[in-house]
Design a binder for this molecule. Structure first.
Ligand code: 5GP
Length: 185
């Protein structure tokens, strides 16, 4: 039976780049693919990034008790399908990329899950990164920054907080946490 690592971090902190490095360094880790009702972004592949499903299908899965946890976030549903997760855990360690509400719900159901929070070096730096994308309306930037502030407050309840000031250093720290909690070091 593998160990469950739950990783959270606001969009804009470079979480996906860090996670990519972590997954490349440890081929034994598998990634739990969430279901979502949001539309795919360019480059996202159904069944790899997410299972992109309709609201009706998502609600059917809620009624069928098919999620370990789910949450409504930014007008969309996101959830962790339990059967798929169990299958992956039977084979080894699994990474879950979910937001704090989901992370705490996972912890309630699986008290041995390890919660890791990826934080931006500072809120100012994150604001700069969000603005430098140049494609986000001002109101959305404000909403996101409020959300990030809330998420950073939640980070106190995580087992570990890792600051992403440099991708490789951040990935290395996460790899050390994974090794330590898998009884490897
Ligand atoms: P995005 O739309 O940018 O891919 O993800 C938005 C947020 O939803 C991120 O914070 C991500 O971690 C979170 N998320 C992704 N999958 C799940 C899930 O299955 N459950 C929960 N609770 N959050 C998720």
């Amino acid at each position: 039976m593998g160990k469950l690592f739950v990783i959270s971090g606001a969009s804009g902190v470079g979480k996906s780049t860090v996670l990519k490095q972590v997954m490349e360094a440890r081929k034994d880790l598998s990634f739990s693919v969430s279901a979502t009702t949001r539309s795919p972004r360019p480059g996202e592949v159904d069944g790899q990034s997410y299972y992109f499903i309709t609201k009706d299908r998502f609600e059917e899965m809620i009624r069928g008790n098919e999620f370990l946890e789910y949450d409504a976030h930014m007008d969309n549903y996101y959830g962790t399908p339990e059967a798929q997760l169990e299958e992956k855990l039977a084979k080894g360690n699994v990474i879950l990329d979910i937001e704090p509400n989901g992370a705490f719900n996972v912890r309630k159901r699986r008290s041995d899950a390890v919660l890791i929070f990826i934080a931006p070096p500072s809120l100012e730096e994150l604001e700069r990164r969000l603005r430098s994308r140049g494609d986000t309306p001002e109101e959305q930037i404000r909403l996101r920054l409020n959300r990030v502030q809330w998420e950073m407050e939640q980070s106190r309840q995580y087992d570990y907080t890792v600051i992403n000031d440099q991708v490789q250093t951040c990935a290395d720290k996460i790899l050390t946490i994974i090794a330590k909690n898998s009884d490897e070091i």
